[in-house]
Design a protein around this ligand. Structure first.
Ligand SMILES: C[S@@+](CC[C@H](N)C(=O)[O-])C[C@H]1O[C@@H](n2cnc3c(N)ncnc32)[C@H](O)[C@@H]1O
Length: 449
């Protein structure tokens, strides 16, 4: 990631606020950076020749752009420890496999009373960008556990003209000299979403001769050309979401919902279609039927099974909804009327209703009680119903910290990986025949031998 306005302005503000002068700053930059705002140049040159910092060292496994070739997965050399009064991580951490080591290294690079600034990729943004994603809870937990002063933090869009490009900007001051927390404390208390995607970790830039803006653009162009067929299909399907949704579900479009984003509905539809095999979906939390209609339409158009059904669990009493308790069952039934042959309502509390089917489901969609306890209860009861190769979708994994936590817990079990996500919807896949699982099984086997 290069340095844009967001990072640049945040950094200037923090340095001024802390009464630091650039010429007194000894700076360590994690990852070798380019400035992508005026003046566009290698960041190292900018800090040294424009801001006149006292020292600038960048650490990057690639050794490019004048950086020291250091692997941040490992402990840093002693001469770098306690050396800097400004340490910056502008989108490097999510590409480093060993997160504990990465954050411990930052702690050790920084002197007492020094500043640490991060630009972190939030969950739901920068899809397929790196391995890890963070949330605002992360910024607070790290400060609390490590005893840092949390100077400032916020989440904002990096590129105003592009969606899903938020960054979490956070600045800490290292106010005491205690050693970094233990590995156990780190992993148990600090929420990080691990997608296990190693395509862009380690020295993934090794094949690019010159890591420059021009190269980045050219590479992107080549990739687009290679996958142009795929992109044409994507454009046809998703460039006009309202039109596509209208064509798909006609009168179902007007069904009131907790989200009005047509792309969310299309995401649910596409994930459902992709996973149809048995022809059975389970929805926990149906409200007025909007998502049930989407799931039913996916089955109606694509399932070969005569028994294809969406089973919908809800109290239809508006439980845990902001608008308060009311009976919504009649409204649900009216809305789903055109799809009634595909939808089976199961009225009652999700932790006690009896399921009228035996066997597994292609898709389980959980969108009921978004508290940690409620969501976890539903996941514990229903996630096991997802067939191998099937999909578990959770809604509101960004807006509700309880749901975020449950997603994190599911991922660390190693049984699920992030298959896809759009905004607040996340689709976790379960595929025990995939390489991920094979590798894990082999690893466990070696361990037990
Ligand atoms: C966010 S709404 C569902 C929205 C729906 N999936 C859609 O996209 O149109 C949540 C629903 O979950 C139901 N609900 C909440 N807690 C529940 C529980 N413990 N058991 C059954 N239903 C519950 C509420 O009654 C409400 O209708």
């Amino acid at each position: 990631m290069g340095i844009g306005y967001l990072e640049s302005e945040f950094e200037s503000k923090i340095v001024a606020q802390q009464n630091q002068k650039w010429e007194d700053i000894k700076m360590c930059e994690l990852g070798c950076m380019e400035r992508r705002v005026d003046p566009v140049m290698v960041a190292k040159e900018y800090y040294l020749s424009v801001l006149n910092v006292q020292e600038h060292i960048s650490l990057d496994i690639s050794g490019k752009l004048g950086s020291l070739a250091i692997n941040l997965d490992r402990e840093i050399p002693t001469f770098l420890k306690d050396r800097f009064n400004l340490v910056t991580n502008y989108g490097t951490g999510e590409h480093v496999n060993n997160q504990y080591s990465f954050f411990r290294n930052i702690h050790e690079l920084c002197r007492i009373n020094g500043i640490m600034i991060h630009a972190l990729v939030p969950i739901g943004h920068w899809i397929n960008h790196g391995r890890y994603y963070y949330n605002q809870d992360f910024t607070k937990q790290l400060a609390q556990l490590c005893g840092y002063e949390l100077i400032d933090y916020f989440q904002s869009q990096k590129y105003v003209e592009k969606e899903n490009t938020d960054l979490i900007m956070v600045a800490y001051k290292k106010v005491n000299d205690s050693p970094f927390i233990s590995e156990n404390e780190f992993y148990q208390n600090i929420p990080i979403l691990d997608t296990r995607n190693k395509a862009r970790t380690g020295n993934y830039l090794k094949n690019t001769k010159n890591f420059s803006l021009k190269d980045a653009v050219m590479n992107k162009f080549k990739r687009i050309k290679q996958t142009s067929k795929k992109i044409v299909i994507l454009l046809r399907d998703n460039a006009f979401p309202d039109t596509r949704l209208n064509l798909l579900i006609k009168e179902g479009v007007n069904c009131p919902s907790t989200s009005n984003d047509p792309k969310e509905k299309l995401f649910l539809y596409d994930e459902a279609v992709e996973h149809i095999k048995i022809g059975r979906f389970l929805e926990v939390g149906s409200y007025l039927g909007s998502s049930a209609i989407i799931l039913a339409e996916a089955l109606r158009r694509n399932s070969q099974s005569k028994e294809a059904k969406v089973y919908c669990i809800d109290t239809w009493e508006n439980d845990s909804m902001l608008e308060g308790k009311k009976d919504t069952y009649q409204q649900f039934q009216d809305n789903i009327k055109p799809w009634q042959d595909w939808i089976i309502p199961i009225r009652g509390n999700s932790d006690e209703v009896k399921l009228p089917f035996e066997g597994l489901c292609d898709v389980v969609f959980i969108d009921a009680d978004h508290s940690y306890e409620g969501c976890r209860r539903d996941v514990e009861r229903f996630s096991g119903l997802v067939r191998n190769g099937g999909c578990l979708i959770l809604d509101d994994h960004i807006s509700y910290p309880g749901v975020t936590k449950v997603v994190g817990e599911l991922l660390v079990t190693g049984k699920w990986y992030v298959g896809n996500s759009y905004d607040n919807l996340i689709a976790l896949y379960r595929d025990e025949t995939s390489n991920n699982f094979k590798r894990k099984r082999i690893k466990n086997k070696i361990k037990s031998e």
